[in-house]
Every structure is written in structure tokens, then in C-alpha cells.
Design a protein. Sequence first.
Length: 269
Amino acid sequence: MVTTELDDRTIPLHDAEGFAGMRRAGRLAAEVLDMLVGHVAPGVTTLDLDRIAHDFIIARGAIPATVFYRGYSHALCTSVNHVICHGVPNAKPLREGDILNIDVTVIVDGWHGDTSRMYFVGDVPLKARRLVDLTFEAMWKGIEAARPGARLGDIGHAIQTYAERHRLSVVREFCGHGVGRRFHMAPNVVHAGRPGTGPELKPGMFFTIEPMLNLGRPEARILDDGWTAVTRDRSLSAQFEHSIGITETGCEVFTLSPAGLHRPPYHRI
């Protein structure tokens, strides 16, 4: 998802059918993350979590969008500690004090529900908790800026100013994206920027807002697996993601937790 300049005429506008489809897909994606709350614990592997999520999605008649996507073979991306995004599930047990981002996309009746959430593994240090809390709030600053007549740059500006006010850095190499019947499409949603710039937001636009914030510097590098992005300075990183649709009066968030499990610490369900 490399950032590019996009003309607003390339951004699809969706009707009521699209909103209904995205509600179904978004709800199931959120239900996957709700279900995993009861499984994230020290000693569990991210491969375990991936298998559990895959079976949950298939049992509900949906499709894990990332399986076979550009050669990827898992239902989840699992990013631990200094992994920014696109972490590949593996057999290494989670440890007390880890922070974990789980990113899932499901396909329901052809519509993509895309969301991610942070998890605490046992007792987590205060600096990690603060990073997670501030990343959640930064995402919501971006969502609050998403309304008809605003510009894409307003979303990035809201996130960047909030993050930098709290001395966190914003990753630039990855961004949000349009979503709907396709997994990735226009627009690219950069999480830093100048207000009043970029395409105008119009009712019917669907896209994700998914800021990645670091305790240290913003630079990323990709590991040899071709997927896993880590902080260059090995500082902790956190991310939250929602899929939204622009409405006539604001925006609708398609991927809210049905169980009210919006950010950690969660009560197990």
C-alpha cells in the first residue's frame, strides 16, 4: 500500500446495498477479534490464533481474504512489539508483557470487512499501555475528521498532530485504503498530512483508517519474508484499524466490536 496521489474521480461511491454489505462483513471481522480475546495469553502462539480465526471464519460461511492473497497463506496478520504491520503467524509463544496487533479481513457475500486491534499479553509495561491507548485515540481523531466536504488530508492531519503532541511518530510507509468488493483500491489514506489537501470526501466512499504509531522513530524496514514490517530502531509500535463509509452527515464505522471490546485491557469472553 505505497502512498500515491489520487484524483477523487477514481474513488468509487457506493449505495445503500454497499452499506448493507459492508455492515455484514465488518461485523463478522469484528466478531473474529472479539472471539480471540479469550485466546490471547502467554504461551499461546500466533499460529494457534491464526488456526482458531480461520476455522471461525469458515464455519460462518465467509472467506479469509488474506489466504492466497499475493502469496500470503494465513487468515491473520499478527504483529508483536516492534513489528509495525503484516507480521506472519509463527510458532513462537507469546510472552508476558508483549503487545500484539491482530489484523483480519473477511469476505462476506463479496464484501470485505477489514479491521485490526491491539491486545495485551498478560501484564504489560506502562509505556506500552500508553502507546496503545494513544494509538487508539489517534485513530478516532482520524475517524472524527471523516465527513462529507472534508479532505483526505484532514484525516492525516488530525492523526499526526495528536500523535506528535504526545511525542509519538507516525509511520509513513503504509496507509489506509479504499475497501469494498475489492480488498484494496482508491483512496490511499495517509496518516499524516496537511489540512485541506487531497480528494474531497463524498457520501458513499468506503475506506480504512489504520494509523501505525511508534515510540521511537517512524522509519520501517521489511524483513526477508517479504511481509513483516518492523521499526528500524526496534521501538514498540501499535496500530488500530476500522473500515468506514462516508454518509450524508458524517461517517459510519462498519467494524465496531459487537461485544464492546474496543481496546485493551479486555475482559475475557
